[in-house]
Design a protein around this ligand. Sequence first.
Ligand SMILES: [Zn+2]
Length: 187
Amino acid sequence: MRTRVGITLFLIILGILGSAVLSFADCPNCFWNVKRISGHGTTADGRTKLNVQISFSGSGSWNNPGTTTTNANIWNGVNSANADWNSQTTTGTSSGQHGNYSLDVNQAAPRADVDVRIVLGSLTPPTIAQTRGVTDSSGNVGPPFTIILVPGAQNWTPNYLRSVIAHEIGHALGLAHSPGFNTRPNR
Ligand SMILES: [Zn+2]
């Protein structure tokens, strides 16, 4: 989904986030072939609802150790990143046309209905975050997407965490890096 709208949104996000954070985020294949996510229902203004879930049990959980409570910084970072995307418009004004998706942190959704999962996982340094999708027989990438954040992400500053998650969500929404993005090939 490399639409003009999508690219515009991505450039807005890039402008918000700056480049320092983004150079460490990783996106295999750069997702030039991401499918439109069918999602789960639509909003009143016609946007496709996506279920975003922070892993809360088993391997990859962002729970506080020994509890069923999600780490507060991770929780806030994901919610803030979702809000950033949901508030973006094609014109940058409050009256502008929204993007195609509406993201919701839905911790109750059955696993099969989760479009984007946020998990704790190990990555090869200096990579600190990575988005992975499911590749079909045609080579196109689709949901469920998994956004991996490395151990220690819960200690990042709120804005840094928020910006990294927003960047990675952008990949799940089908956005590759803009030209001139300072990173290695195949990221
Ligand atoms: Zn990236």
